[in-house]
Design a protein around this ligand. Sequence first.
Ligand SMILES: Cc1ncc(COP(=O)(O)O)c(C=O)c1O
Length: 469
Amino acid sequence: MLELTPELRTDGNKPLYTQLYEYIKTSILEEDIKSGEKLPSIRTLSKHLNISRNTVVTAYEQLLSEGYVSSQWRSGIYVEEIHHHIIRHIEVPDSFNDKINPQKNTVKYSFDLRNAQIDLDSFPYALWRKVLNQCVHSDMSELLNYGEHQGELELREQISRYLFLSRGVKCRPEQILIGAGTQQSLSMLSIILREVGDSVAFEEPGYNGARKVFIDNNFNIVPIPVDSDGIDIASLDESPSKIAYITPSHQFPCGMVMPVSKRLMLLKWAQRKGGFIIEDDYDGEFRYQSKPIPALQGLDTSGSVIYLGTFSKSLIPSIRISYMVLPEKLLYIYKARYSIYEQPVSRLNQKALQLFMEQGFWNRHIKRMRNIYKKKHDILIDSITAVLGSRVEIIGKDAGLHVLINVNNGMDEKELIIRAAESGVGVSPTSQYWYNQDCKYPTRIFIGFGGIRQEDIPVSILRLKRSWL
Ligand SMILES: Cc1ncc(COP(=O)(O)O)c(C=O)c1O
């Protein structure tokens, strides 16, 4: 008969059943408890550990609901064939060029280190319910009607204040356009920018989601290599483009933070060309080492920067709220010709977000999330360093919700991802971020730490070691 002897602590704030559940789950994943083995009966285990039967029942129920164990009538509870269980859920696309789509959560992993995951457990459900309730009220019936084309003015006021205080962005609320996510904001921007030029200098590698919007709006893409501190200015100078898309606060996907000196050079470039810089500050809230560097927009004195931000990383992606700060020249074009477009974001969600910010919940939430992500970041870096050591190189580790790792074991991207998936760990590819496919780094893997639980990080890295090294 299997005996379990976890160390159950009564001094912390974790309930006993959670500790027991986690102990058994980790033992199953680590194969210390093998598939087919029978768990001790509820009575035996509660007696053995001197805990209540209810504690054991709750832990077992959790394991049952997640499929780690199954119950056989009149016989007991048995450990499932865990590898097969995981592999059954992995759909490797026919053509790897389709890539495992990181946004679609159809694939379930025991340890999710993929792109675009955030900490859903920390979402402030009660506060969000509270502000939503305040919106769904007969006093607020005007919210059921069409709203302002640029988005609710009171929300824009909140955003403009927040951007000034936290990112050094200087703008009037009238310069802000609310959008339904970065791509939708960029679609509107593309329409406006067609009056300025027909090509966009784009970071190489860079955010494919943004690049696709420009391609579909008939812009030529001019890929510009990124150096260790961001986009290469000499190459940018040589390019015919007057418009550049960049991610200075946390280059996507390589993760470097652009120093102020380079930011100033970029602004000079825009002035020389009479052009525009699109600054995508998608996760600028999360920074772990350096002092805050003001957004390019805040350093700009010539009205050359279009500043873009989103609530996808800082709050939740499903809210679909982004914002774009237009310099006066472009605001003029927008107002003169394109302000007929209706606002795409629900007024109810906009109002809820405004109240959330106004009532101080937003600042509290951001502060809390910074601590949570900083802890996860530090544990991830320590685990990778300790477990994977010199066999991998960590790239871009001081900000945001992801790092890249370069794996030196002779496997290519596809094999690395499939091997990881077979051991229940989801990681993401990076090759799709290259415009010129021939210059991709074939062994760089995207490791996102937003969604995984802090305590699962070391085990997930151990699993990567077993799969790769
Ligand atoms: C560079 C970059 N910008 C913006 C976003 C967010 O886009 P959205 O606002 O559509 O959620 C992402 C998401 O991963 C991103 O990588």
